[in-house]
Design a protein around this ligand. Structure first.
Ligand SMILES: [Zn+2]
Length: 273
């Protein structure tokens, strides 16, 4: 007579193994599939920086993009229908920030919400008379520590195709996601060592305070004044400039460039077509 309790236990083990193994199997399949030709065309069209990257980094980026699209849920907002062009362009911007590292593809990020253009949000605010209330605010993007990024597609595509303006909302919001991974959104992503954090804090604090002074005096700067609002915004703003105007950043802010070069593990100054 069969031992039903043993059979039950065995079937539980099989179900548990399948439960955990199935997502890995699906991911392996997604990574093994060829990168679609149409996706390559989208990269060439929407991400000028991709054309200049060395081949090994292009290959890495394409693998990351496949994983990103496989794992994250894209949702269109305000009637927007999500297309491959949106998925690939947004995934490419996100994955540009995680080359040459083995930390997974934004493991804490689940949802990408895409609006057709700048979207309105309600925010707590204090008016000129000190009264607390709510204020409507237009945003191009937003990053949440609970695994969510919200983007305006109109601004993603504009920022991504024009790489010389130093402004790219997708790079900005995904830099915030990296910042969230360290547990506190404070302008310091995971840096690995106490010495690393110390160097980062010294260089970035000095640069942040210099930008605050420039903003106060109205000086012309390479970095957008928005970076002077708080350290988390500073990291997001300098990330945009590191990838979009690397040569100028390396010449005008060498110590800052060196910190970002160390963190992002790539040197966009060397990427030539
Ligand atoms: Zn920001």
């Amino acid at each position: 007579m069969p031992d039903f309790s043993l059979l039950f236990l065995l079937s539980l083990v099989v179900v548990a193994i399948a439960w955990f193994a199935w997502p890995y199997y699906r991911l392996k399949q997604a990574l093994a599939a060829p990168f679609p030709t149409e996706w390559r065309r989208i990269l060439a069209r929407n991400l000028p920086i991709y054309r200049r990257m060395p081949t090994d980094l292009q290959l890495q980026l394409k693998q990351h993009i496949k994983q990103f699209i496989h794992e994250k849920h894209f949702t269109g907002c305000a009637g927007l229908a999500i297309t491959d062009e949106m998925r690939v362009t947004i995934a490419a911007c996100a994955c540009l920030l995680i080359l040459n590292r083995k930390t997974g593809v934004y493991p804490g990020l689940r949802y990408i919400l895409v609006y057709p253009e700048a979207f309105m949000v309600q925010r707590d605010a204090v008016d000129d008379h000190g009264m607390a209330g709510q204020r409507k605010q237009g945003l191009l993007g937003e990053s949440w520590s609970n695994g969510k990024v919200i983007l305006s597609w109109d601004d993603v595509i504009r920022g991504s195709r024009d790489e010389a303006d130093g402004s790219n909302v997708a790079l900005h919001e995904f830099a915030h996601q990296l910042d969230h991974e360290s547990g506190a959104t404070n302008g310091a992503p995971i840096l690995g060592s106490a010495a690393g954090y110390k160097r980062w804090a010294r260089v970035l604090t000095a640069e942040f305070e210099a930008l605050q002074r420039s903003a106060y005096q109205g000086d012309k700067t390479l970095l957008d004044y928005y970076g002077a609002t708080e350290p988390a915004e500073f990291f997001a703003v300098v990330t945009e400039v590191f990838f979009e105007r690397p040569l100028e950043l390396s010449q005008r802010h060498p110590a800052l460039f060196e910190q970002l070069h160390g963190y992002f593990r790539v040197n966009p100054v060397e990427w030539r077509e």
